[in-house]
Design a protein around this ligand. Structure first.
Ligand code: DGJ
Length: 317
C-alpha cells in the first residue's frame, strides 16, 4: 500500500525521486520519469507493469549526459556556468558547488514516426529562473541514457512550468507558462516532436498558472493547473475545451484550497476508465526539496463532465 504524502519506495526499498514527472505507457510497462536532483542526476526513470511496484531503471538525464545540437539556436549547457559565483539565488535548490543547472517537470512521449523517445522539460541555468526556456532530450529506448539536445525559447517566448499531451490523432502539444508566468501558451509540435510547429493558444491571460497537466475524457479536454506561489501549495483549478486549439472555459476549483497540499504533475488515464491525479507534495527549496512526496487521487466526474477531487489517505496507485 502507498499513502499520500508518504515516501514511495522502489523495488529496492529506496525512496522514489520522480517529481514534476510523467508516466508513459510503452510495451508492457509504464515508465515514470521525474526530477531526481541527487548527485549529478536530473531525471530518473522507474518502470512498472502494475503501476504500483516500481523498478528504478536509473538516471536517464544527468549533468554528464551526451549532448547533440538539434538546431543552431539551442543552448547545450548542462553544467552551471558560474560555479563559485557569490550569487545566492533565492529559488534555486541546488547548491552552486554542485555545478548543476535546473531541469524541471520532465515529460516523455514516444514518437511513432521517428521511433524516438522525446523528453521536453523546463530549463534554468542553476543560478536563477531567468533562462525561462524549454529543453529537449532524446533516446532510442525508454529507459536508456537520453542525449541532451539543448534548450531554447519557443518562438522567443519565455517558457517555464510545462507539460506534453499526445492526442489520439497522433498530434502532440507542448504547454508552458510564458510572459513571466502570466499566460500559458499551447503549441502544436512538429511531427518528429523536436520543435514547436505552431503557437495555437495563449490562455488564462494574467492569471499566473503553473504546473499544467492535460488529459482527455469522453472527447473533452481537461487542463489542470496551479497558481504561482513558489513551493507553497495553492488552490488547483481546471479548464475544459472541445478541442486543444478551441476555446477553453474559465477556471474552476478542484480539491481544497491547497489541492490537498500538492501541485499537479500529470494526470494518468490508464485504459480501465480511471483518471488519476498525480501531484507533488513539495518539501520546499534547499535540502527540504528531497523530502518531497506525492499525492495520487482518483478524479471523479458528474454526468456533465464536471470534475471533483476528494482526499483519501491511500494513494490511488
Ligand atoms: C513552482 C513550480 O511549479 C516548480 O516546478 C518549481 O519551479 C517551483 N515553483 C520553484 O519555486
Amino acid at each position: 500500500m502507498h499513502y499520500n504524502g508518504q515516501p514511495i519506495s522502489d523495488t529496492n526499498g529506496n525512496p522514489i525521486h520522480a517529481h514534476g514527472g510523467y508516466m508513459l505507457r510503452y510495451g508492457e510497462y509504464w515508465y515514470w520519469y521525474g526530477e531526481d536532483r541527487r548527485g549529478d542526476s536530473y531525471v530518473s526513470c522507474y518502470r512498472s507493469a502494475d503501476l504500483h511496484n516500481w523498478e528504478h531503471r536509473g538516471t536517464v538525464l544527468s549533468a554528464n549526459s551526451p549532448t547533440k545540437s538539434m538546431r543552431v539556436h539551442s543552448d547545450l549547457t548542462l553544467r552551471r556556468k558560474n560555479v563559485g559565483s557569490n550569487t545566492t539565488p533565492s529559488l534555486n535548490v541546488i547548491p552552486p558547488e554542485a555545478g548543476k543547472v535546473n531541469i524541471e517537470r520532465p515529460k516523455v512521449l514516444y514518437c511513432q514516426k521517428t521511433g524516438q523517445f522525446v523528453m521536453w522539460a523546463h530549463y534554468e541555468n542553476g543560478e536563477n529562473y531567468n533562462a525561462a526556456a524549454a529543453c529537449i532530450a532524446t533516446s532510442d529506448t525508454p529507459d536508456g541514457e537520453f542525449t541532451y539536445r539543448g534548450s531554447f525559447r519557443p518562438y522567443g517566448n519565455m517558457s517555464r512550468d510545462c507539460t506534453l499531451f499526445l492526442d489520439d490523432d497522433g498530434e502532440a502539444y507542448f504547454l508552458s507558462a510564458s510572459r513571466d508566468n502570466a499566460d500559458l501558451k499551447v503549441y502544436r509540435l512538429a511531427p518528429d516532436f523536436m520543435n514547436v510547429d505552431e503557437e495555437i493558444r495563449t490562455l488564462f491571460q494574467g492569471e499566473y498558472r503553473e504546473a499544467p497537466a492535460v488529459f482527455k475524457r469522453n472527447g473533452k479536454y481537461y487542463m489542470l493547473s496551479s497558481h504561482c506561489t513558489g513551493w507553497a501549495p495553492n488552490q488547483g483549478k481546471y479548464a475544459t475545451a472541445d478541442r486543444m486549439d478551441g476555446r477553453w472555459s474559465l477556471l474552476t476549483n478542484f480539491g481544497d484550497s491547497t489541492t490537498f497540499l500538492s501541485q499537479p504533475a500529470f494526470v494518468l488515464t490508464p485504459d480501465n476508465g480511471r483518471v488519476i491525479y498525480v501531484g507533488d507534495r513539495w518539501g520546499g527549496g534547499g535540502a527540504a526539496y528531497f523530502d518531497s512526496t506525492y499525492v495520487m487521487l482518483e478524479l471523479q466526474f458528474d454526468e456533465n463532465g464536471a470534475m471533483h477531487m476528494e482526499y483519501a489517505e491511500e494513494s490511488a496507485l
